[in-house]
Design a protein around this ligand. Structure first.
Ligand SMILES: Nc1nc2c(ncn2[C@@H]2O[C@H](COP(=O)(O)OP(=O)(O)OP(=O)(O)O)[C@@H](O)[C@H]2O)c(=O)[nH]1
Ligand SMILES: [Mg+2]
Length: 459
C-alpha cells in the first residue's frame, strides 16, 4: 500500500450535526491547508497543534465555503504519524462534501475505510492489536467493555505478547546454540532446562487463552431467551427488566407471536433478553409458526429463562418447556409470587433436581436484582479466571495464541524425545510468528486488509 499520497475523509458520522470534521493526512496536508484556508486575522506562520479560526475558500472562485476552525499536526506527532490537517466545519452534509471536494481537488484522494488507522500502524504509532482495540472502542456497549478496549489500546496485551515473544526468542537462541554446537564452543543449555522454559511459556499462553470467554461476554454480550407457556408473564418480565413497556401485555394467552428483544447492562455485560411466543399446542398458523421459531432460537441462546406461573398448578405445557430445554443452561424462574402459591418447590425439585427456582413478581418488580445476579453467575459459569488483568476479546488473537501454544507443545514433545534441535527450533520459530501476527509483526497483507476494512471511512 502506497503511503506517500495524501488521504482525506469526513471523520464525523453522516447527517446533520453541530460540527463536522474533515481529516487530511499525508505529505500534502500543509500545502492543502495553505491553498484552502484563509485565517480570520493575520496569524503569521501556522504553528503546530494550534487551533485557527478562518474560512475555507474555493481557490477557483476565491469565495468562502464555510467558516471553520483548523489545526495542523505535523509529523510525527499526529494520529497517523504523518502531517495531518483537521478542518472543523459546520456539520451539514453539503458543506462537508463541498469542502472535501476542494481538499481532493487540491491534491488529496478519498481515504479507504480504516486508512488513517492503517497509516498509524504502518508508521509504528500503534501495533495491530491496538488498531483492533480502536474498532472495539468505537462499538463498545458497556463500561466494562470500554475498560477492556482501553486496556488493549494502552498496549497491555501488546506488552504481554512482547514478553512472551522475548521468552521464545531466548529458547530459540538456546536451541540454535545446540544446533551450531562444536566441541570448543560454549556449553549448550541442557534439554531439560529448555523443556522447562517451553512448558512455562505454554502455560503463560494458556492463561491468556482462558480469559477469552470472559472477554467475549463483555464485548459481544449474551442472549437470554425468556420462554414458558402462554400467560406466565414473559412479556411482563421483559418490560420490567428493561424498565419500559416494550412488549404488549394482556391477560389473553397467546399475545406475543414474534421475538421482541432488547439489551440491558448487567455488571458490565450487555445482556440481550428475548421475549417469545408462549409454548402450547395450537392450530392457529401464526402462533404455531411463532412457537416453532422459539425452539429454533433456544438452540443458539446462551441462557434460557424457563418461566412458570406460581399461582397455577404445573401444567403439561410447563413440562414441555422444561423437557425441551433440558441440558441447556437454565434459569428456573417462578412468576406471580404476589399471588397465593399453587406451585411447590418440592414438585420442581423432582423434575430439575440441581436447579433452585427463583420466585419473582414481574408485575410488582420483585426479585429483579436476584434474577440479574443469577444470569450473571450463569454467564460466568463460576469461572475462576474471571477478573484477570489481561482479557482476550478478539477471536483472531485467540486463534493465533492457540496455534502458538500447540506448536510450543509440539516442540516440547520433540525435545523430550531427545531428537535433533532443528525440529523444535522450527516449531518455536513458527510459534513466534503466530505471536507476531497478533501485534502485526508477521501479518499477511490479506489479514491486514480484512482488519482495516472493518473500520469506517475517516477512522
Ligand atoms: N399477579 C401477577 N400478574 C402478572 C404477573 N406477571 C404478569 N402478570 C399478568 O399475567 C398476564 C399475562 O402476562 P404477559 O406478560 O402478557 O404473559 P406472556 O407470558 O407474555 O403471555 P403470552 O405472550 O401470551 O405468551 C397479564 O394479565 C399480566 O398482567 C405477576 O407477577 N403477578
Ligand atoms: Mg407475551
Amino acid at each position: 500500500m502506497a503511503t506517500e499520497d495524501t488521504i482525506a475523509a469526513i471523520a464525523t458520522p453522516k447527517g446533520v450535526g453541530g460540527i463536522g470534521i474533515i481529516r487530511v493526512s499525508g505529505a500534502k496536508a500543509e500545502e492543502i491547508c495553505h491553498l484552502l484556508f484563509r485565517p480570520g486575522k493575520d496569524a503569521g506562520p501556522l504553528k503546530n497543534r494550534y487551533l485557527y479560526h478562518g474560512t475555507i475558500i474555493s481557490p477557483e472562485t476565491d469565495k468562502g465555503i464555510d467558516e471553520v476552525l483548523i489545526s495542523l499536526m505535523r509529523k510525527p506527532h499526529s494520529y497517523t504519524g504523518e502531517d495531518t490537517l483537521e478542518i472543523n466545519c459546520h456539520g451539514g452534509p453539503l458543506i462537508l462534501e463541498t469542502v472535501l471536494n476542494e481538499v481532493i481537488k487540491a491534491g488529496a484522494r478519498p481515504a479507504l475505510p480504516g486508512e488513517f488507522t492503517r497509516r498509524a500502524f504502518m508508521n509504528n504509532r500503534i501495533d495491530l492489536s491496538q488498531a483492533e482495540a480502536i474498532i472495539d472502542l468505537i462499538s463498545v456497549k458497556t463500561d466494562k467493555g470500554l475498560n477492556l478496549a482501553l486496556s488493549h489500546l494502552r498496549g497491555d496485551l501488546s506488552k504481554k505478547i512482547g514478553r512472551l515473544r522475548e521468552s521464545l526468542i531466548e529458547i530459540l537462541a538456546h536451541l540454535e546454540t545446540a544446533i551450531d554446537f562444536t566441541d570448543d564452543d560454549i556449553e549448550p543449555v541442557p534439554y531439560a532446562e529448555i523443556s522447562g522454559k517451553i512448558e512455562n511459556s505454554t502455560q503463560n499462553i494458556r492463561e491468556i487463552l482462558s480469559t477469552y470467554r470472559e472477554g467475549k461476554l463483555y464485548r459481544d454480550g449474551l442472549n437470554v431467551l425468556i420462554t414458558g407457556k402462554p400467560n406466565v408473564g414473559k412479556s411482563s418480565l421483559l418490560n420490567r427488566l428493561l424498565g419500559e413497556k416494550r412488549a404488549i401485555v394482556t391477560s389473553v394467552p397467546g399475545t406475543t407471536r414474534d421475538f421482541i428483544e432488547e439489551a440491558i447492562n448487567i455488571r458490565g455485560m450487555p445482556v440481550n433478553f428475548i421475549d417469545t411466543a408462549g409454548i402450547r399446542d395450537v392450530n392457529a398458523v401464526v402462533e404455531k409458526e411463532g412457537i416453532g421459531l422459539v425452539w429454533e432460537k433456544a438452540e443458539s441462546a446462551d441462557i434460557i429463562i424457563v418461566l412458570l406461573d406460581g399461582s397455577a398448578k404445573l401444567a403439561g405445557e410447563d413440562l414441555e418447556v422444561i423437557e425441551g430445554n433440558r441440558g441447556r443452561k437454565i434459569a428456573l424462574v417462578v412468576n406471580k409470587s404476589d399471588l397465593p402459591a399453587k406451585l411447590k418447590n418440592r414438585e420442581l425439585e423432582k423434575i430439575l433436581p440441581c436447579i433452585t427456582p427463583l420466585w419473582i413478581s414481574a408485575k410488582y418488580g420483585r426479585g429483579m436484582d436476584e434474577l440479574k445476579e443469577k444470569i450473571y453467575v450463569l454467564a460466568c459459569d463460576n469461572d475462576d479466571d474471571f477478573g484477570s488483568d489481561i482479557v482476550l476479546t478478539n477471536l483472531r488473537h485467540k486463534l493465533a495464541l492457540e496455534k502458538s501454544a500447540e506448536l510450543l507443545a509440539q516442540a516440547g514433545d520433540t525435545i523430550k524425545k531427545d531428537l535433533s534441535p532443528e525440529l523444535p527450533a522450527l516449531d518455536i520459530r513458527e510459534s513466534l510468528d503466530c505471536l507476531g501476527e497478533i501485534v502485526g509483526i508477521t501479518t499477511d497483507e490479506d489479514i491486514l486488509n480484512e482488519i482495516f476494512s472493518k473500520f469506517c471511512i475517516g477512522k
